[in-house]
Design a protein around this ligand. Structure first.
Ligand code: GDP
Ligand code: MN
Length: 396
């Protein structure tokens, strides 16, 4: 889960990381008042779940409360496009008004989970700011990285290696050295998949400040962080993805026409591969999980077909804990109550498969059954091609 910069800064601040003073606003008048309280010379930063705001025009320096008001008027409600938002951009609803600082140096500091070494890796670079991706691609030696063994935790030698890589004056070195343990604690205690400060700045007065902050939380750990879950901003997420997560379903929207309902992430991957292999495009990744109930199947179906680009539904389920008869029950109920008109291709195997198939046949609904995954994918793609142009017939 992503959170906003101002939320990330509040968390970092609680761990002793210095951040600029600021206030979040949603109206131009609030922006003016906030700017008055912050001394007039401020920076306005749109709060969207995407980076690259600086280059995209989402970071505006102003010199008076009046300017802050005028600029916020332009920003709120506008659609900001950055290299991370995609061409559709994001509608701006919140603006962070912050005291403006004079930057002397822009550094980079981040922690990610590196799957290759199976450890958190802390990274720093003296080439911080908006060009870090470029620096990483062109000059990887300008980035210092240390992997931390979670059994022995962050050690002073890790910190020394990180700090020395930055070539900073003495007093700033000390401030940076105390930053890493704080960042590492945030990463661990908040179950982050990413902590990133870019830029980490040294101000003209020699202060070290986190000027930007990005914090991603591992979704699988959210159950033990209700306080973080509360930071979720539904405005920044696709409505269907939000809806799916409410029912414990993993749903990710993709761009094709074949809606896939699958149990287990591995089977979902394999199904998407097969759909592509036989010339189609999956419309989504929908994993109902190992132990789905008939109700979850019904919700999954509803979510699947409310995506207008889905013209055919491909169901590929291996019935283990989720028995095939329960799956059939959920499907029949969903198709009846939602009056689904798109073709539905079903491939199922496993526990109570014969009973499940019998229920599908006796339901009187025209399910297209398939023998094996390949056959299912071929039938789905063929149906999608036939059905693609008039997908409105699903009767919603
Ligand atoms: P991002 O582009 O979405 O990553 O947004 P950032 O928060 O990193 O801001 C982008 C750039 O705006 C930074 O790299 C700075 O150069 C500039 N910026 C942000 N805040 C200030 C500020 O208080 N003073 C000055 N001079 N520049 C700032
Ligand atoms: Mn940034």
């Amino acid at each position: 889960m992503k959170i906003h910069e101002f939320q990330a800064k509040a968390i970092l601040g609680a761990y002793g990381v210095l951040v600029p003073k600021g206030e979040v606003v949603t109206t131009p008048v609030e922006a003016r008042r906030a700017a008055e309280r912050l001394g007039g010379t401020v920076v306005l930063k749109v709060q969207i779940h995407a980076g690259g705001r600086g280059k995209g025009g989402g970071v505006v320096l102003v010199s008076s409360p009046q300017e802050a008001e005028a600029a916020t008027k332009r920003l709120i409600g506008s659609r900001l496009i950055t290299h991370q938002t995609g061409p559709e951009g994001r509608v701006v609803k919140k603006v962070l008004v912050e005291e403006r600082v004079t930057i002397s140096r822009e550094l980079y500091a981040g922690i990610v989970l590196d799957h290759r070494v199976a450890r958190p890796v802390i990274m720093t670079s003296a080439a911080g700011g908006v060009e870090i991706e470029e620096a990483a691609a062109k000059d990887p030696e300008r980035i210092t990285g240390v992997a931390v063994d979670p059994a022995t935790q962050l050690q002073p030698f890790h910190v020394r290696r990180l700090v020395l890589g930055l070539a900073l004056p003495q007093p700033v070195q000390r401030a940076v050295a105390s930053l890493f343990p704080a960042l590492y604690r945030v990463f661990q205690e908040k179950d982050c998949s990413l902590v990133e400060i870019n830029p980490l700045v040294v101000t003209a007065e020699g202060r070290l400040l986190a000027l930007d902050a990005k914090l991603n939380i591992d979704d699988n750990a959210l159950f033990r962080h209700p306080d973080l879950e509360a930071l979720r901003d539904p405005d920044e997420e696709l409505p269907l993805e939000v809806e799916a997560s409410r029912f414990g379903l993993s749903y990710i929207k993709l761009n094709g026409a074949v809606g896939c309902m699958v149990n287990g992430a591995g089977l979902a991957m394999a199904t998407m591969d097969l759909v592509k292999l036989v010339g189609g495009e999956p419309a989504n990744f929908l994993d109902v999980g190992g132990g789905a109930s008939a109700e979850q199947i019904e919700h999954a179906f509803r979510i699947l077909i409310s995506d207008r680009s889905v013209s055919v539904v491909l169901i590929n389920i291996f019935g283990g804990i989720l028995r095939c008869d329960r799956l059939a029950e959920g499907m029949i109920r969903a198709v009846r109550s939602l009056r689904v008109a798109s073709p539905i291709i079903v491939r199922m195997e496993g526990t109570n498969v014969d009973q499940g198939k019998r229920m599908l046949t006796e339901s009187g609904i025209n399910f297209i059954t398939a023998d094996g995954m390949q056959d299912a994918a071929e039938k789905a793609v063929r149906a999608a091609k036939r059905n693609g142009v008039n997908s409105d017939q699903r009767g919603l």
